[in-house]
Design a protein around this ligand. Structure first.
Ligand code: NAD
Length: 260
């Protein structure tokens, strides 16, 4: 059913985005791959996907802090592959520090990449979805869209913001065959969390593996990080016809973090 649809996944050169790209490509979904990678490496990645899965692909390395560049990126993607049927706002960054010394530049970048970029991509992709009377928007939020944690003021503000954005766009799109949801993972084993593990290992004078275990069990009942592919498979389900009545939801995948 999804074969031949076009998905755009921001931040699909690494972690959750890259794993999701593989999951969708396995279904024959054409892909707009995106992330901070050189043109040359990105073109090679797009070619690798096209050859392996026999799909159409495109790569773009637009910096999501630049709203005008986002507009150009989406226009180019639509012109090249037709309308975007599935939009996955996944790109994100993290910085952990108490609010007193939190750098303004980090605040601005986190809000721009983790929140405002999704506003811009949604605004540009919705008209095509409305024309087709079908669309899926999946925002990769976080458990931090639902609860707070120390030292994550910008990240929690952005992730709570994207949960709010998700609800409003879902309400506005409900009669147009478009579902809009936020996925809220707990710990996922990707490069994004490595800095936090390294900081904890240094502070407690323990190994990287011990620090990783401590970081997870401080928050989650389930003592393991999720694998990126698990998030991708959940996203695939949200794209399916079976999930057509799931919209406006913020869906935890958090090892019972928010059950407590
Ligand atoms: P990652 O660091 O592996 O990947 C991040 C991606 O975003 C990369 O492709 C990178 O190039 C892209 N990116 C970063 N800054 C960018 C910019 N300025 N412009 C364009 N692209 C940019 O991270 P990940 O863990 O896969 O994170 C993906 C999403 O999942 C993020 O929104 C993150 O907040 C969310 N998330 C992650 C976890 C976790 O534990 N890893 C948990 C919950 C939510």
């Amino acid at each position: 059913m999804l074969k031949g649809k076009v998905a755009l996944i921001t931040g699909s050169t690494s972690g959750i985005g890259l794993a999701t790209a593989h999951v969708l490509a396995e279904q024959g979904i054409d892909l707009v791959l995106h992330g901070l990678m050189s043109e040359q490496d990105g073109a090679a990645l797009a070619e690798e996907f096209a050859a392996k899965y026999q799909i159409n692909t495109l790569f773009d390395n637009t910096d999501l802090t630049d709203a005008d560049a986002i507009a150009h990126f989406i226009n180019k993607a639509i012109a090249s592959l037709g309308s975007i049927d599935i939009l996955i706002n996944n790109a994100g960054i993290q910085h952990t520090e108490n609010i007193a010394t939190f750098p303004v530049g980090k605040w601005n970048d986190i809000i721009a990449i983790n929140l405002s970029a999704a506003f811009h991509t949604i605004q540009q992709c919705l008209p095509g979805m409305q024309k087709n009377n079908w669309g899926r928007v999946i925002n990769v939020a976080s458990v931090h869209g639902l609860v707070g944690s120390l030292q994550k003021s910008a990240y929690c503000a952005a992730k709570h913001g994207i949960v709010g954005l998700t609800k409003v766009v879902a309400l506005e799109s409900a009669e147009q065959g478009i579902t809009v949801n936020a996925v809220c993972p707990g710990w996922v084993d990707t490069p994004l969390v490595n800095d936090q593990i390294a900081k904890l290992a240094e502070k407690n004078e323990v190994s990287f593996t011990q620090a990783k275990h401590k970081l997870v069990t401080n928050k989650q009942a389930l003592p393991d990080m999720a694998e990126p592919r698990q998030i991708g498979e959940f996203i695939l389900f949200l794209c399916s016809d079976s999930a057509r009545s799931i919209t406006g939801a913020a869906l935890p995948m958090d090892g019972a973090w928010t059950a407590q």
